[in-house]
Design a binder for this molecule. Sequence first.
Ligand SMILES: [Zn+2]
Length: 247
Amino acid sequence: MIDGWKRTESFNCPKCKDREMIYNSELDAMVFCECRERKQYERILKNSGISEAFRKKSFRNYSDKGIDILKKAKKKAVNYIKKFDEIRNTEKNSIAFLGQVGAGKTHLSIAIANNLMSKNIGVLYMQYREDIVKIKQVANDEINYSNAINPYKNASVLLIDDLFKKATYKDRLGNEILNDADARVMFEIINYRYLKRAPIIVSSEYTVNKLLDLDEAIGSRIIQMCEDRTIEFVGEKLNHRLYKLVI
Ligand SMILES: [Zn+2]
């Protein structure tokens, strides 16, 4: 072998040579390649300047800090990946990481997303606090509203990071209430995906009970979609131990 003799072409997707279109002989037409959706979402990550940080989060560098519940959470996440093909079109095809800060909920969610993306499965990343604003801003304009919300409804998989972050206020009695505008947008997205059996990966500081409290229609659908893949981080113990370990 002579080095450099043959021009080697390396494509991210050998199937379409990164053109994102392939010829379908049955249809006698060019169609989108299976890599297209993933690449679209990768471009969105790149444009938001977070693709580097996103790609760095893997199962390997998730720290369980020797804590049982974190080990279990990681196991559930890895297991979700293994089972994904089998469950993706079923009613219970989703996963949620809920509760306390510091448990690495976002890390595990993104590790799952990276894993699915490596198999050409499109995972759209919804950074809740930022992305919901873009949808709410155009709520009074039908066409722009559809354009803004549709990607979150139609993505093969949707990762909702930090669901309901800054979406609540306190009423006069001190009860935490979900903003109407947030509730409306999220019900539309979640209900659509629930009916279509389209998977979601959710991270939120709210626990199951709190989600149901804030909005039963949204909360109950999320719980139904995730069921035994709902991982809750609660309790003083975890907090205490985490606190000690972080210091
Ligand atoms: Zn391709």
